[in-house]
Design a protein around this ligand. Structure first.
Ligand code: MG
Length: 388
C-alpha cells in the first residue's frame, strides 16, 4: 500500500556542458521540475517531470506542468491510499485531457516510492509488472546499451568528426538530427565516416511534409543509407501520412512524438504507420502506460527503444530501469551524465563503459542512485510544498 502525504515541487536550473542555440537564444541551463514524494512513514522518492521550457516538442512546458501538478493533479492523490502504483494512472488521467508529463512526474515517483518501501530496485518492480517479463521469466537486464543523438553541426565534416568520436567512445547507435535541406548530406557524411556496419538512424522531429516534393525526395534518398530507422518525419498527429510514407520506404519508420498512449501504438500497428517505437514514459503519462506499451510491442514484434528528454540523473534513473525490460530491442538514449551536465544531481553519476553499456543498479533499492540534495538546493529557483 502507498499513501502520499507530501509532494514538494522544485524547479532547478541545471547548467549544460554544451550550451545550444535555439530560435529564442542560447540555452546555457536546462529548467527542470523535480518532485520529492513522501509517505506518512517518512519514506521519500525523487522523480522528474520531463516537460521542457517551450512547447516545441510537446504541448506541455515546465510552467504548465508546475500549474497542472499543483492545481489539478497532486490534490487527487495526496492522502489517498493506493494498493499499488499502477493504480495512480487512472486517477490522474480521469477527466484530464493531456498533461501526460505532469501526470507522469507524480506517477513515476509513486513507483519509486513503492520500490523503496518494498526494498527492491525500480527495475525489478517494473519487471514484476510487465506481462512479457513474467511470461518469459526474464529478470531485468544488468546492463543496457546506449546510443547518442547528435545535433546539427556547422558542416558535414564536423558532424562526421563527432560521430566518429561517439562511435569510438562505444556508443551502440548514432542518431543524426535532420531537417529539410539538412538531411542527405549529413547522413551520407556519417555513413561514410563510420562504415557500412555502424547502427545509424535519423530523427526528423516532425519537420517534413508529404505536400513538399523536395521533402519526399529527400526522405526517399535517405532510403539508400541502410539506416536502422527514420524517426518521426511527419506531424505528431498524422499517423495516416506516416503509413503512406512507410509504404514507399524500405527503411523502418519510428514514431516518437505520435506515441502518447497504448492506443496510439495500436493505431500505428493497424495503419502501418511505422515499425519502431521510441518510448518515453513522460510522454505517455508514466510507467504503467509505458510498461503496457512495452508489452504490446513485445507481443507484436515491434522494435522498441527508450528515448531521452535531456533528463537530470534522476529522470535518467527511470529511463535506465525501464530500458532494462526484455522487450527493448534497440539501444536507448541513455547517455552518461557527463555528456550533458558539468555536475549531475545524483551520486554516483551515470556512466557508460567502452562498449556503450550502462549498468542497471539492481543491487540498490528504488531509483538506485543517491540524490544530492545540497546540489539541488543550490540550483533551486522555486519550491512549492503540497500536503494531504
Ligand atoms: Mg525524437
Amino acid at each position: 500500500m502507498i499513501r502520499i502525504d507530501r509532494i514538494t515541487l522544485r524547479e532547478i536550473q541545471l547548467p549544460l556542458v554544451d550550451p545550444f542555440r535555439t530560435a529564442a537564444g542560447v540555452i546555457t541551463a536546462r529548467r527542470i521540475v523535480l518532485l520529492e514524494i513522501a509517505d506518512g512513514d517518512g519514506v521519500t522518492a525523487w522523480s522528474e517531470c520531463v516537460a521542457q521550457e517551450l512547447p516545441t516538442y510537446a504541448p506541455e512546458t515546465v510552467d504548465t506542468a508546475w500549474l497542472a501538478t499543483a492545481e489539478w493533479l497532486a490534490p487527487r492523490v495526496l492522502g489517498t491510499p493506493f494498493a499499488a502504483p499502477a493504480e495512480l494512472h487512472a486517477v490522474l488521467a480521469h477527466g484530464v485531457r493531456g498533461h501526460q508529463m505532469a501526470r507522469a512526474g507524480i506517477e513515476m515517483g509513486a513507483w519509486a516510492l513503492a520500490a523503496t518501501r518494498d526494498g527492491v530496485a525500480l527495475a525489478a518492480l517494473l519487471a514484476r509488472h510487465s506481462v512479457i517479463a513474467r511470461e518469459r521469466g526474464t529478470a531485468p537486464r544488468a546492463t543496457v546499451a546506449t546510443g547518442i543523438a547528435l545535433g546539427a553541426q556547422a558542416t558535414a565534416t564536423a558532424l562526421a568528426e563527432r560521430a566518429r568520436a561517439a562511435h569510438a567512445a562505444g556508443y551502440a547507435r548514432i542518431k543524426v538530427k535532420i531537417a529539410p535541406e539538412h538531411d542527405v548530406a549529413p547522413v551520407a557524411a556519417v555513413r561514410a565516416a563510420l562504415g557500412p556496419d555502424a547502427r545509424i538512424m535519423a530523427d526528423a522531429n516532425s519537420s517534413y511534409s508529404l505536400d513538399q516534393p523536395a521533402h519526399v525526395a529527400a526522405l526517399e534518398a535517405l532510403d539508400s543509407f541502410a539506416l536502422t530507422m527514420i524517426e518521426q518525419p511527419l506531424a505528431h498527429d498524422d499517423l495516416r501520412r506516416h503509413a503512406m510514407l512507410q509504404r514507399r520506404l524500405a527503411t523502418p519508420l519510428c514514431l516518437d512524438e505520435s506515441i502518447t498512449s497504448v492506443r496510439s501504438v495500436e493505431d500505428m500497428l493497424a495503419l502501418g504507420s511505422g515499425r519502431v517505437v521510441n518510448l518515453k514514459a513522460g510522454r505517455v503519462g508514466g510507467l504503467r502506460e509505458a510498461v503496457a506499451i512495452h508489452d504490446l510491442c513485445g507481443t507484436s514484434g515491434v522494435a522498441l527503444w527508450c528515448g531521452g528528454m535531456l533528463e537530470s540523473g534522476i529522470g535518467r534513473a527511470y529511463n535506465v530501469a525501464l530500458a532494462s525490460l526484455p522487450g527493448f530491442t534497440e539501444p536507448g538514449d541513455l547517455s552518461p551524465s557527463a555528456r550533458y551536465w558539468a555536475r549531475d544531481v545524483v551520486t554516483p553519476e551515470w556512466t557508460m563503459d567502452h562498449t556503450g553499456q550502462v549498468r542497471v543498479p539492481l543491487d540498490r533499492t528504488g531509483i538506485g542512485v543517491e540524490v544530492d540534495v545540497d546540489r539541488i538546493d543550490d540550483l533551486t529557483t522555486r519550491t512549492l510544498a503540497l500536503r494531504a
